[in-house]
Design a protein around this ligand. Structure first.
Ligand SMILES: Nc1ncnc2c1ncn2[C@@H]1O[C@H](COP(=O)(O)OP(=O)(O)OP(=O)(O)O)[C@@H](O)[C@H]1O
Length: 478
C-alpha cells in the first residue's frame, strides 16, 4: 500500500487484543492515523506475522489467554528493537508493567478505558518518533542529546539529568501515576511541571498541593471538596482539587505525610478513578494524572507501616529519581552561573564571573538544601555585593546567612564546614612548635584535607588548589 504522494509505504500499526469488540473500538478511534492498521485477536498469530513483517508501532492488550502483552512485546522487541511498543491495560498487573517499562520492553502505557484523544496523541507521537528513527538510522544512527540544556527551567549537563529528561518525554503520553523522589530542594516540583507541560494534557490545569501544609481534616476537604454544612464551618459548597484538576495533573507533594485514613481514600480515587465530595454521596469521575513526590524515603515509611504498601504501588507506576546537587558533577557550577545571571537581572547588578576560590568553595560544599539553598545563597550574595567578580568571601558570608534554615538538615553548620576547609587547607604552625620539614607540613595538610573530604581525593585536591594526581603522587612517596 502507498501513501498519498506515492513516495514511501505507510507505516504499519499493529493492534493486538483477544477481545474483538476492543479491536473494533481501537480501529474506530484510530481511523484517521497515517498508518496501515493490521489487527490480531491472538498474540501468537501476531507474533507469527512479526517474524517476517516489521510493525512500526504495536498496541497490545496486557491480559490475553495465550500470552500476556508484555511477553508479546518482549518477543517483538527482540525481533524489531526499533519498533514503538505500547501496552493497553486496566489498573492491574502493575508490577509486570512497571518492570516492562523499566527494561524498555514497553515505551508507553495506556489505561483502559482509554480516552480517544489520548490514544490518538500517543499513536501519532509514536509514529512520528518511528519516522525520525528511520531517518536517523539512514544517517548513521541517533546522536544522543548532550551538553548544557535548559529543560522546562531545569539547567543540566549531567548525564543522569539528561536521562531523567528522556524519561519525562517518554512519559508524556501516559496518564499513569508518576512518583518523584529526591532530597528537599532538588527540583521535584519542576519535574512534576515538566511532566505536565510535556504531556498531551498540557492545556488542562496543573494543580500542586503540599500535603505537609494541612491538617488531616483540612487536607481532606482540600482534596475532595465539600458541600455546604458538611462540617462545622462549611458555609458554602467548595470545589476540591480532584475536581479542579479536570483532565490535567494533580501534584501531591510530600505524600508520605498523608494520614492513614486519607491514604485509604486516595487509594479508592487512584483505583476506581472516582470520588465523593464531603457531605454528599454523589460520585464524581476523576480524570487527572496523579504525580506525587516525597523527600523522605517512602520505602522506609512503608516498612515502618506509616504508608500503605498498596497505595505506594499504585502511585509508583513510573518513578523519577532526582540526584542530590552534590552528585551532579559540573552542574553545580552551571546552575550557580544560571542563578547569577538570573539575579543580576532581577537586582540590576553586573557580576560577570566567579573567582577560582569561589568556585572551589561552591564545589566543596555539600549543599544539604540542594538547589534551593544554592539559589538563596547566590540571590543573597548578589543583593549584598556589587562588582564584576564573585569572591570566596562573598560566598562564605552569604552561606552563613542561610545556615540556620539548613542546620536541621546538616549537623555541621556551613560556617564550621568552611572554617574546616580553611584550616585544613592552611595549617597553622604555632610559635612554640618546632620547625618541621616541609614534606611533613605538606603531608599533614594533605591528610587533613582528605580526612575532611571523607576520602574524596578530587575534592581535597580542589581545596588544596592542586591536581588530584599531585596528591596520589605524593601519597606514593610517604
Ligand atoms: N536544574 C535546575 N536548574 C535551575 N533551577 C532549578 C533546578 N532544579 C530546581 N531548581 C530551582 O530550585 C528551587 C527548588 O526546586 P523545587 O521547589 O522544584 O524543589 P523540590 O524538590 O520540590 O523541593 P521540596 O522538597 O522542598 O518541595 C526552585 O526555585 C527551582 O526553580
Amino acid at each position: 500500500m502507498e501513501n498519498d504522494n506515492n513516495t514511501s509505504p505507510l507505516p504499519i500499526l499493529l493492534l493486538v487484543d483477544d477481545d474483538i469488540n476492543i479491536l473494533q473500538a481501537l480501529k474506530r478511534a484510530l481511523h484517521s492515523v497515517q498508518a496501515t492498521i493490521i489487527d490480531f485477536n491472538s498474540p501468537l498469530a501476531a507474533l507469527e506475522y512479526c517474524q517476517v513483517n516489521q510493525p512500526d508501532v504495536i498496541i497490545s492488550d496486557q491480559q490475553m489467554p495465550e500470552m500476556n502483552g508484555c511477553e508479546l512485546l518482549e518477543h517483538i522487541k527482540k525481533r524489531w528493537p526499533n519498533s514503538q511498543r505500547i501496552i493497553l491495560s486496566a489498573y492491574q498487573d502493575f508490577d509486570l508493567i512497571s518492570a516492562a517499562f523499566s527494561s524498555g520492553v514497553v515505551e508507553k502505557y495506556i489505561c483502559k478505558p482509554w480516552i480517544n484523544k489520548e490514544l490518538k496523541f500517543v499513536v501519532d507521537k509514536a509514529l512520528s518518533r518511528q519516522k525520525n528513527i528511520s531517518v536517523s538510522a539512514t544517517n548513521d544512527g541517533n546522536v544522543p542529546v548532550t551538553g548544557l540544556i535548559n529543560f522546562h527551567g531545569m539547567v543540566a549537563e549531567d548525564e543522569s539529568m539528561h536521562e531523567l529528561f528522556d524519561s519525562i518525554r517518554h512519559a508524556s503520553s501516559t496518564n499513569a501515576p508518576i512518583f518523584i523522589t529526591g532530597e528537599t530542594g532538588t527540583g521535584k516540583e519542576l519535574v512534576a511541571k515538566a511532566c505536565h507541560y510535556e504531556s498531551y494534557h498540557k492545556d488542562q490545569p496543573f494543580i500542586a498541593v503540599n500535603c505537609a501544609n494541612f491538617s488531616e481534616n483540612l487536607m481532606e476537604s482540600q482534596l475532595f471538596g465539600h458541600t455546604k454544612g458538611a462540617f462545622t464551618g462549611a458555609i458554602s459548597n467548595q470545589e476540591g482539587l480532584f475536581s479542579a484538576a479536570k483532565q490535567g495533573s494533580l501534584f501531591l507533594d510530600e505524600i508520605t505525610t498523608l494520614s492513614k485514613p486519607l491514604q485509604a481514600k486516595l487509594l479508592r480515587v487512584v483505583q476506581e478513578r472516582e470520588f465523593s465530595p464531603l457531605g454528599t454521596n454523589e460520585v464524581i469521575k476523576f480524570h487527572a494524572q496523579i504525580i506525587s513526590a516525597s523527600s523522605n524515603s517512602i520505602g522506609q515509611s512503608v516498612i515502618n507501616g506509616d504508608f500503605r504498601e498498596d497505595l505506594y504501588y499504585r502511585l509508583n507506576v513510573i518513578t523519577m529519581a532526582l540526584p542530590p546537587l552534590r552528585e551532579r558533577g559540573g552542574d553545580l557550577v552551571h546552575i550557580a552561573s544560571f542563578f547569577l545571571k538570573k539575579y543580576n537581572k532581577v537586582e540590576y547588578k553586573h557580576f560577570k564571573k566567579f573567582s577560582r576560590n569561589a568556585i572551589q568553595i561552591i564545589c566543596s560544599y555539600d549543599w544539604p538544601g540542594n538547589i534551593r539553598q544554592l539559589e538563596n545563597v547566590i540571590h543573597g550574595m548578589v543583593i549584598l555585593n556589587s562588582g564584576e567578580q564573585i569572591t570566596s568571601e562573598m560566598i562564605i558570608k552569604s552561606l552563613s546567612t542561610t545556615v540556620r534554615s539548613y542546620s536541621a538538615i546538616q549537623p555541621t553548620s556551613p560556617i564550621e564546614n568552611i572554617k574546616n576547609i580553611y584550616s585544613a587547607a592552611k595549617p597553622q604552625v604555632s610559635q612554640n612548635t618546632a620547625i618541621q620539614p616541609l614534606w611533613q607540613v605538606e603531608k599533614q595538610a594533605i591528610e587533613a584535607a582528605v580526612l575532611h573530604c571523607q576520602g574524596n581525593i578530587p575534592k581535597a585536591a580542589a581545596l588544596l588548589e592542586v591536581s588530584p594526581s599531585t596528591i596520589y603522587r605524593k601519597k606514593l612517596n610517604w
